[in-house]
Design a protein around this ligand. Structure first.
Ligand code: ATP
Ligand code: MG
Ligand code: MG
Ligand code: MG
Length: 469
């Protein structure tokens, strides 16, 4: 059985043997790209190469890219722990052609790797193409020998990629794996596609147009390729599992969570162990890349992730801070491929410990308040926004933590009421602000809040530009 680490290496070596330069993952904090909260796809570090603003000494590259999808357009936070295939942090494997090879080679390279090198059975695979992309459908028939029932045409923007409102764009084609009829879920494009049966493993983007102004497309003289394959999803398949959380890496992490909480991996707290394992990875990797928990922006997303994991650990009966104690298990799994975890160990550990110490003091009281308020609600009624706001403001509960805590109870949060309470407090703060004497500082502070809006400023609903592969 191949380990996740071996699969990563095999992917990179395969593309290296086909003339691709192995390029290091870039940081989770995108450089020179204020439009993007976190690196959320392999192509992010190559954006300027695709637009031609930057050149590199190679025209083919391959990477294992660290990505986080916990905010903005790609926000998988609420799926974590509850689907078999979503993480907030994951590794996106990719191969890239900068005006070098195009569609036929990209399809051939992917198909050969998946079916020959990794040996997946052809009858477990199906593909999607953009409905208008006859070219791609024909290539899948010819190169992979797939018949039309296995080439699904998708007419929506799901299969048409664009970098932004203007710039490179083009159709994409995805490879899916069928985990079999006893897993719930339908094929791509069907009403129940959002299940764990048909899992998208690889997305191939064919950048063949340039759009500018919006709506006006011209063919690119040298089209490019950008692909993204989810390492954890692929590892599950290669290890004969239906669930990412049953792969070697995740078993080690959920087991560490089980050991520290003395709650069995598959018992009542199964989802909690998964949330903890996932959030351990995103928190550790974000801190290693220099993000620290804070009140807004990237730091607030990190804080939300950490506090959410900490609530689950607390629920499992831990009294002392324990999140940081899971770090050695992560380093053992991933420190070889990502030495920043080893170098950053002390910083990561102390950041986690400090955050949990501070939060623990309020968590218990906040949870009591929440339980109390919940017991007063009529069945199905939302938690009033001012209560959610009090939890946020006084007890340090990020909105999504409260939502997560209410999950399965039949209650959700009156989000509008929460935002209104936030606005009222903001206005009150401004009115009461006696001033530091430095009006320039005050103006900047309040203007930033007004410009971004409370929610965006606090980072829980930050929109971000499309960084999809
Ligand atoms: P999905 O439709 O399953 O949400 P996606 O279309 O959003 O995936 P892409 O943006 O195409 O994903 O990313 C490329 C690949 O990364 C996907 O084919 C999938 O294998 C993997 N991937 C995407 N999101 C996640 C996630 N949250 N956790 C783990 N792997 C993911
Ligand atoms: Mg998605
Ligand atoms: Mg998809
Ligand atoms: Mg996709």
């Amino acid at each position: 059985m191949l380990t996740t680490n071996e699969i990563r290496s095999a992917f990179l070596e395969y593309f290296a043997s086909k003339g691709h330069q192995i390029v290091q993952s870039s940081s989770l904090v995108p450089r020179n790209d204020p439009t993007l909260l976190f690196t959320n796809a392999g192509m992010v570090q190559f954006k300027n190469v695709f637009t031609g603003q930057e050149t590199r000494p190679y025209s083919r590259a391959t990477t294992a890219q660290k990505v986080v999808r916990a905010g903005g357009k790609h926000n998988d936070l609420d799926n974590v722990g509850y689907t078999a295939r979503h993480h907030t942090f994951f590794e996106m494997m990719g191969n890239f052609s900068f005006g070098d090879y195009f569609k036929p080679e990209a399809i051939e390279l992917a198909w050969t790797l998946v079916t020959k090198n990794f040996g997946l059975a052809k009858d477990k695979l199906l593909v999607t193409v953009f409905a208008e992309d006859e070219d791609a459908a024909g290539l899948w028939r010819k190169i992979a020998g797939l018949d039309d029932s296995r080439i699904i045409r998708i007419p929506t923007s799901d299969n048409f990629w664009r970098m932004g409102d203007t710039g490179p764009c083009g159709p994409c084609s995805e490879i899916f794996y069928d985990h079999g009829p006893d897993v719930p879920g339908g094929p791509p494009g069907s009403p129940d596609e959002d299940g764990d049966r048909f899992v998208e493993i690889w997305n191939l983007v064919f950048m063949q147009y340039f759009e500018d102004p919006p709506g006006v497309r011209t063919p690119l003289p040298r089209p490019s390729i950008d692909t993204g394959m989810g390492l954890e999803r692929f590892a599950a398949i290669m290890q004969g599992k239906r669930d990412n959380y049953d792969t070697d890496t995740f078993v080690a992490l959920t087991q560490a969570s089980a050991d520290i909480t003395h709650q069995s991996v598959d018992g009542a707290f199964k989802a909690s162990h998964r949330v903890v394992a996932d959030h351990l990875r995103s928190a550790a990797f974000l801190i290693a890349d220099g993000v620290l928990p804070s009140k807004d922006g990237r730091g607030y997303v990190l804080r939300r992730i950490m506090r959410r994991a900490m609530r689950h650990l607390h629920m499992m009966g831990t009294t002392d801070p324990v999140f940081h104690k899971l770090l050695p298990a992560l380093i053992q799994q991933m420190g070889g491929a990502y030495p920043e975890l080893v170098h950053g160990e002390a910083l990561i550990r102390e950041t986690m410990r400090g955050e949990e110490e501070r939060f623990k003091a309020m968590l218990d009281r906040g949870l009591h308040l929440l339980e109390d308020e919940k017991s007063r609600l009529q069945s199905g009624a939302p938690l009033p926004g001012d209560i959610a706001f009090r939890l946020y403001d006084t007890f340090g509960f990020p909105l999504d933590l409260t939502q997560d805590a209410l999950r399965g109870s039949g209650h959700d949060v009156d989000v509008k009421g929460f935002e209104d309470a936030m606005t009222v407090q903001r206005q009150r703060a401004r009115a009461a602000w006696a001033g530091s004497g430095d009006s320039a500082v005050e103006t900047v502070w309040f203007e930033a809040r007004d410009k971004f809006g409370a929610s965006e400023f606090l980072g829980y609903a930050t929109e971000q530009a499309d960084g999809e592969v």
